[in-house]
Design a protein around this ligand. Sequence first.
Ligand SMILES: O=C(O)c1cc(=O)[nH]c(=O)n1[C@@H]1O[C@H](COP(=O)(O)O)[C@@H](O)[C@H]1O
Length: 236
Amino acid sequence: MSVTDRIIVPLDVSTETEAVALIDSLPQVSFWKVGLELFVSTGPTLLPMLKERNKRIFLDLKLHDIPNTVAGACRAAARYGVDLLTIHATAGRSALKGAVEAVREGAATANVEPPKPIAITVLTSLNSRDLAFDLKIPLELPEYALQMALLAQESGMAGAVCSPKEVAQLRRVCGDDFLLVCPGVRPTWANLGDQRRATTPADALKAGADYLVIGRPITASEDPAAAFDRICEELT
Ligand SMILES: O=C(O)c1cc(=O)[nH]c(=O)n1[C@@H]1O[C@H](COP(=O)(O)O)[C@@H](O)[C@H]1O
């Protein structure tokens, strides 16, 4: 897979017009993420357009609820024919196992390929202090991220979303077939924003990430296409 195809760009905007403008300005992007801001604002309206343009779609709904509700949402999301779908690992084993089953059922009713269900381990906006003092989790952050990834793997999930700081360890323990998607990625020339456990794109790929999610360094740039190309050049 080329470096270009390993970068997922999030459509973190709130209108269809802004989303289409971004997609038009970045024809070289093959994998787009539709997340909470756009989905809550516009629903699934952008998905058919992305599919018509042969783009892959990461539907990042970060589902976190009781098993019955997660399964219902997974069944519905799978009908859109998207490629990746996120569920929080902390929804628990039953919800994760149910999600795996539900995406197959939903996709079958729409006669499309099921999305790969992937689990959020620990959001990249959190640091060790947040985990210990606010969330009261008595494990070191990398160990907790690993345990969440293992829970996802045992539940039959296709992969996990993790920080590039933890990806090497997850790759070592979970093996090569477990999909690892890393947001919280920053070129040296970009602002960190609210990301707390970031590395450069090169370090994230070297450490074993399959895909990188890179947003604002590209989308908030005055010239998104130039920023995207610069990241690809730095990776080759
Ligand atoms: O699931 C995600 O994609 C995600 C998980 C996570 O732990 N951290 C994280 O930043 N993300 C998403 O990745 C994108 C990062 O965007 P930037 O910080 O602008 O590069 C956003 O769309 C987030 O919703």
